[in-house]
Design a protein around this ligand. Structure first.
Ligand code: PNW
Length: 482
């Protein structure tokens, strides 16, 4: 057991090279529109829930917002050129729903919004970069929130279907990899439970997160169905869902800790993948949540069944999980009857910490997560759609620019995690690609600009200029086999 962990532990990493991966393995970088685009009211865009959520300064740590963000809307050519120069073959970006349908209602496509993404996609292809497009990365058109209650309403399913259809019709001749929804868990738990993400709802955390998740699943299935029925034969692309999952390592070999760790994985991945691969929510969730967990009708099950061509995994970190007896509360974390630990039973830290308090550097956790998905869900095609670490802006502020760019810890992170991916492939997991989060420093949601996840430094105080960090240069050498 210890050995299995040590082989990819940070610091003990053998040099990883491009040849450790299959020839056609895809390497890319990832971003999302609200975090980078800016241009809040340009090009006919409507407001989304993050535009409005960030107007309340209490919601964002540095009182900031994405009104300008890193101005990718106006600088996309420079950004794509840099990506190409570094040698990345793919780019995972997201489409702003409110640029395509400003009020979300799906009545009239906003042609200016379509034009922006056409330009972006065409420029990527011109530079030899394959587009991986996410339809929903947390930025619901505000009108769909205020008029119908957003993800709490079953009406959202049809609206999302219409939006997906418009995107497939407009961009599907060139985009061959689609992600319907990014991390439905975060939207459900933080958007509709804890209220720390838009739309900031925390009125009924015993029911609403599960309802919001349910509707996201059905919306995903609706989009998958539209693609299958109307576009797949002609366009030949694939559609997947992106889930976030930190690895859950049992705190001890006591059966109750092992069961708690297994339960933790059910509450992260099984919540979404069990309905898709096995036809229902995990039994562990049903037992604990009872009627708080919505029921899937026969029709829902039929739509959901096998509704992914690939599984997208966003993975950042790992925790030890131990069993705790908790009073029967329905809140997402308590109801799992577990506790997350940052140190092992023998008191050893699970890994070095990055800037975010939840992010510990534990490469072996990615290998285990990939192997788990592969074994449990009959070896689906997997893309690692996000993986990366952050640094604290206020710490970097104390340094000269050239020192800020010397992100050796991040280089170590990528080496370790890439080695873990290559080991999972050797173990038999069908991993097809890897996307580093994030291409650029950007708006880190409730943390504003205080956390930097980029391979490329953005100088917020000097005209938003871009400066590749050591990790970007390292990646570039890695990709070119140097
Ligand atoms: C992702 N966790 O969210 C998002 O997709 C990105 O938009 C975001 O910028 C990035 O990670 C960094 O935070 C996460 O609890 C949410 O392990 C939760 C976790 C990790 C990532």
């Amino acid at each position: 057991m210890e050995n299995a962990r040590n082989d990819v532990r940070d610091g003990a990493v053998k040099e990883i090279s491009r040849t450790d991966f299959p020839k056609d393995f895809v390497f890319g970088v990832a971003t999302s529109c609200y975090q980078i685009e800016g241009a809040r009211s340009e090009g006919g865009k409507g407001d989304n829930i993050w535009d409005v959520f960030s107007e309340n300064k209490d919601n964002i740590r540095d009182d900031s917002n994405g009104d300008v963000a890193v101005d990718h809307y106006h600088r996309f050519k420079e950004d794509i050129e840099l990506m190409a120069k570094l040698g990345f073959g793919a780019y995972r970006f997201s489409i702003s729903w409110a640029r395509i349908f400003p009020d979300g209602l799906g009545t009239k496509v906003n042609e200016e919004g379509v034009a922006f993404y056409n330009n972006l996609i065409n420029f990527m292809l011109e530079k030899g970069i394959q587009p991986y497009a996410t339809l929903y990365h947390w930025d619901l058109p505000y009108n769909l929130h205020s008029s119908i209650g957003g993800w709490l309403s079953d009406k959202i399913v049809d609206y999302f279907g219409m939006y997906a259809e418009a995107c497939f019709a407009s961009f599907g001749d060139r985009v061959k990899h689609w992600i319907t929804i990014n991390e439905p868990l975060q939207t459900a738990v933080n958007g509709y439970g804890a209220g720390i993400f838009a739309p900031g709802i925390c009125t009924d955390a015993t029911n609403e997160p599960y309802l919001a998740a349910h509707h996201q699943l059905l919306a995903h299935a609706a989009a998958y169905k539209v693609y299958e029925e109307k576009f797949k034969a002609r366009q030949g692309g694939e559609v997947g869902l992106v889930l976030d999952c930190e690895w859950a390592e049992a705190f001890s070999d006591k059966p109750e800790d092992e069961m708690a760790a297994a339960r933790r994985l059910d509450f992260q991945l099984g919540w979404y993948l069990d309905p898709i691969f096995f036809g229902d929510y995990p039994e562990t969730m049903r037992q604990r949540l009872g009627d708080h967990l919505p029921k899937l009708s026969e029709k829902d099950r039929e739509h959901l069944r096998n509704s992914v061509d690939f599984v997208g995994l966003n993975h950042y970190t790992t925790r030890f999980i131990s069993h705790v007896e908790t009073p029967r509360e329905i809140h997402f974390y308590q109801v799992q009857e577990m506790e997350r630990n940052e140190t092992s039973k023998s008191g050893e830290a699970i890994g070095d910490r990055a800037a975010s308090e939840w992010l510990f550097i534990v490469p072996w956790g990615l290998k285990k997560t990939l192997n788990y998905i592969s074994r449990k869900y009959n070896n689906p095609k997997i893309y690692v759609t996000e993986n990366g670490m952050d640094e604290e802006d206020s710490e970097l502020e104390k340094l000269q620019l050239h020192e800020r760019l010397n992100d050796t810890k991040r280089v170590g992170y990528f080496k370790g995690y890439l080695a873990a991916v290559s080991q999972a492939i050797k173990d038999g997991a069908d991993v097809r690609g890897y996307f580093a989060w994030s291409f650029l420093d950007n708006f880190e949601w409730a943390q504003g600009y205080t956390k930097r996840f980029g391979l490329v430094y953005v100088d917020y105080k000097n005209g938003l200029t871009r400066h590749p960090k050591a990790s970007a240069i390292w990646f570039s050498h890695f990709l070119k086999g140097e």
